[in-house]
Design a protein around this ligand. Structure first.
Ligand code: B12
Length: 363
């Protein structure tokens, strides 16, 4: 049964599901979704207009420190179970067979839930889907494609730091003649990184992905060939390679700089020091991907996101500045990295006006 429900109905469902997942009431959460399905709400609407926005809200609430990591994990675990219950419900039966698609997250990508939502939507639309889940090593993905003769592979990535790995996966899948549909937040809201990395197609969400697959994505022309470096001429300056190779050293140097110059660090507890080291490692990692894609906004957006996360936890945005300065000093001979770090510092300077002037400790 696939009728729709009015906007108010969906809003109520979202509110109810949010309340259930944030109070860790799995039975109630499943009941809300399955009752709506029985009452005639389309399974696709439940997946994309109820479950997906609730999950995204969980993410925003964690970012704003309104939910703890444990609460976010518990909510996500319940959402996964609710999707499974929905998928196994007798009302959730696919329309006629259309073709075969493999859905996989790129290597080191743990965000399997967006890919799972895509899987269920494609299944509802009649595709036979092989869902390979989170962090699929590229060689295993390629041998799976060899063995199953998929019409296309849908590659999912949510976090931008996985883009270089996604690039290798895209190239490897195409090399065995399978067209690649890319998607997930990592590829950019407008799909710019999917295009940059040579994906055959991109879609912003599961509905658009289903429409794109239905139109057919031509198999890559193996006779023409494509170099992995096409469109990435900027990599010739080696900045990406050198930053990635020096990652561990850069993190150590920045931490030593913070230790020397910020008395507050001496009073940090072990967990606080660990979090600072994680934050610095994250900064270096995102800088590396910004260099890979030659995207200034990728790095500034990440700094803006980190500043929001810190601010929500009572740490001012400017506390990121010392780490960026130390990194800038180390990378002063790298023009692209210098430009990105300067832009990020400019962003922080503008954001500073909204900070609490009393605190000045580094992240
Ligand atoms: C749940 C979650 C996790 C779980 C994932 C569990 C799981 N089974 O998936 C866990 C705890 C593992 C996790 C880990 C991390 N996470 Co997380 N996570 C989330 C969260 C809350 C929800 C993700 C989700 O399911 N979203 C819901 C769906 C609906 O998202 P969606 O992208 O809109 O999906 C649609 C489209 O993208 C599209 N789509 C998806 N895939 C594909 C594929 C193709 C081919 C196509 C065409 C379309 C398509 O279709 C989907 C349906 O329409 C988000 C917050 C958020 N707002 O998304 C953070 C978030 C993605 N995580 C984040 C972070 C930082 C991390 C960590 C780095 C945290 C840490 N310090 O360890 C790690 C990284 C792990 C890794 N290496 O991958 C950040 C990323 C920020 C950034 N700057 O990029 C976010 C945004 C949280 C936040 N608000 O700050 N995370």
């Amino acid at each position: 049964m696939t009728t729709t429900v009015d906007v108010t109905g969906l809003d109520t469902l979202r509110g109810d599901l949010w309340a259930a997942v944030t109070t860790r009431d799995e039975i109630r959460a499943a009941d809300i979704v399955l009752s709506a399905l029985d009452a005639g709400t389309a399974a696709e609407a439940l997946l994309l207009d109820v479950i997906a926005p609730v999950q995204a809200r969980v993410g925003r609430a964690w970012q704003a420190a309104r939910l703890s990591v444990a609460q976010e994990h518990a909510a996500t675990a319940i959402v996964e179970r609710v999707i499974a219950a929905l998928a196994h419900h007798p009302a959730h039966r696919p329309e006629p067979y259309e073709g075969r698609v493999t859905v996989a997250c790129v290597d080191q990508e743990w965000h399997a839930l967006p890919a799972r939502l895509l899987t269920e939507v494609l299944t509802l639309r009649g595709w036979k889907v092989d869902f390979l889940g989170a962090q699929v090593p590229t060689p295993h993905l390629v041998s799976h494609l060899h063995n199953t003769r998929a019409d296309a592979v849908a590659l999912s990535s949510s976090i931008a730091t996985r883009l270089p790995v996604a690039h290798s996966a895209i190239t490897a899948c195409q090399a065995v003649g399978v067209p690649v549909l890319a998607g997930g937040a990592a590829f950019g809201a407008d799909g710019r990184y999917a295009r940059l990395l040579g994906a055959d197609a991109w879609a912003p969400d599961a509905r658009a992905a289903a429409r794109r697959l239905a139109r057919g994505i031509p198999a890559p022309d193996l006779a023409v060939g494509r170099r992995e470096s096409d469109g990435l001429d900027h990599l010739a300056d080696q900045e990406y390679t050198l930053v990635v190779r020096a990652r561990a050293r850069l993190v150590r140097v920045v931490l030593a700089h913070l230790d020397r110059n910020y008395a507050a660090m001496a009073n940090y507890s072990v967990p606080q020091r660990e979090r600072t080291a994680e934050d610095v490692a994250h900064i270096v990692e995102f800088l590396g991907v910004a260099l890979y894609t030659d995207s200034d906004p990728l790095f500034t957006d990440f700094i803006s996101w980190t500043a929001d996360v810190l601010r929500a936890r009572g740490v001012p945005a400017r506390s990121l500045r010392p780490a960026l300065d130390a990194l800038g000093a180390e990378l002063k001979d790298f023009p692209r990295a210098t430009r990105m770090l300067e832009l990020a510092c400019r962003y922080l300077a503008e954001a500073e006006t909204t900070d609490d002037p009393r605190s000045g400790a580094p992240a």
